[in-house]
Design a protein around this ligand. Structure first.
Ligand code: NAP
Ligand code: ZN
Ligand code: ZN
Length: 352
């Protein structure tokens, strides 16, 4: 075991603070990663504050990890010391169920091992990327292409793949109209990715405050959901709506924006149930769906797509001392568009 610096919380109400955690010895199939950057995902907040269920404290969140390989196990063939790599929301899965065999480890039937808060194969509780180092099985490590800087690549490991996967699954591309609800971490990636896939993209944000940004990121249209006219004007317009909002929405109004056979896919994960008025679905054979991150193969495909299309996250780089403030800003929808922690500052704070 190796002791490393991290940032985490001891309870649902405690602020995040420096702590030291243990990382396992590098096993034959493991990769030791020196973390350079870790993005702040809204899921980190839902999880750490106990909104999704019981939490095994101390909790160390973080599943948008980018760094450099520092050591590899004897059986590791695909990675070498010095490689630029990333880790997302999963660090293992059963590998035997039909979903794992198809490369959809995110839907592993007995359940995948999450990067934080899961019971790992060795019985310990996984701890995430708000830390200086992590040990991960080689099969759950992705390669960050040369064209992508590590800080702007980190958010691709969750925000990127979580929006890429449903856009691909539901066929976003030339001739399709895609709406993105919420212009935060996931939302801004959804806009960039859907545009690069060739779709016509519309942002549905609470206000028009970020309209200039939305259009610069590639949106063709930008509307405020606080304006009732938006729902009249856009009625029946979209093939696909990607809802990235972290709180419950009034679903009927949004479902009415879908064309016949259109789909609204929820990637936002509010703890409260959403009320879906079924007449908004059955009248036009619309679908309401959900989607979780993406498989490891698809994550690599997404990273390569981003490098090829010159896409990365828009970030605000912060130090460890700024994490608690950054969380409060995420909760106020004041994020442009992902906070990324400089992992070098974690050690500095822990020693202070
Ligand atoms: P985020 O950066 O906070 O973005 C969420 C955006 O939703 C905000 O920027 C805001 O956009 C809008 N919003 C927030 N509160 C709202 C409210 N009460 N009513 C209407 N709109 C509201 O969060 P994120 O990191 O992108 O994550 C978004 C959600 O996805 C979270 O619930 C997270 O847990 C979930 N998630 C799911 C997966 C998955 O695999 N399915 C993966 C990652 C994250 P505007 O200011 O533009 O309105
Ligand atoms: Zn996430
Ligand atoms: Zn499985």
């Amino acid at each position: 075991m190796t002791t490393v610096h991290a940032f985490g919380a001891d309870s649902a109400t405690a602020p995040l603070a420096p702590l030291e955690i243990e990382r396992r010895e590098v096993g034959p199939a493991d990769v030791l990663i020196e973390i350079a950057f870790c993005g702040i995902c809204h899921s980190d907040i839902h999880f750490t504050r106990g909104e999704w269920g019981e939490v095994p404290y101390p909790a160390v969140p973080g599943h948008e990890i980018a760094g450099v390989v520092a050591a590899v196990g004897a059986d590791v063939a695909g990675f070498a010391v010095g490689d630029r790599v990333g880790v997302g929301c999963m660090v293992n899965s059963c590998r035997e169920c039909e979903n794992c065999k198809q490369g959809e480890e995110q839907y592993c039937i007995p359940g995948n091992t999450q990067t934080y808060g899961s019971v790992d194969r060795d019985g310990t509780v996984t701890k995430g990327g708000y830390s200086t180092h992590v040990v991960v099985d080689q099969d759950f490590v992705a390669r960050i292409p040369d064209g992508l800087e590590l800080d702007v690549a980190a958010p691709l490991l969750c925000a990127g793949i979580t929006t890429y996967s449903p856009l691909r699954h539901w066929g976003a591309g030339p001739g399709t109209r895609v709406a993105v609800v919420g212009l935060g971490g996931l939302g801004h990636m959804a806009v960039k990715l859907a545009k690069a896939m060739g779709a016509e993209v519309t942002v549905l944000s609470q206000t028009l405050n970020k309209k200039d940004d939305g259009l610069r990121l590639g949106a063709d249209g930008y509307y405020a959901t606080s304006d009732r006219e938006t729902f009249k004007e856009l009625r029946g317009r979209f093939d696909l709506i990607v809802n990235t909002v972290s709180a419950p929405l009034s679903m009927g109004r949004f479902l009415g924006l879908l064309k016949t056979n259109g789909t609204m896919v929820n990637v936002g994960a509010p703890p409260e149930p959403l009320a879906v008025p079924v007449f908004s679905l059955l009248g036009q054979r619309r679908s309401f769906a959900g989607s979780a991150i993406g498989g490891i193969r698809e994550t690599q495909e997404m990273l390569d797509f981003c490098a090829e299309h010159g896409i990365a996250a828009e970030i605000e780089r912060i130090s460890a001392a700024e994490i608690n403030d950054a969380w409060e800003r995420v909760l106020r929808s004041d994020v442009r568009y992902r906070f990324v922690i400089d992992a070098k500052t974690l050690g500095a704070t822990a020693e202070a």
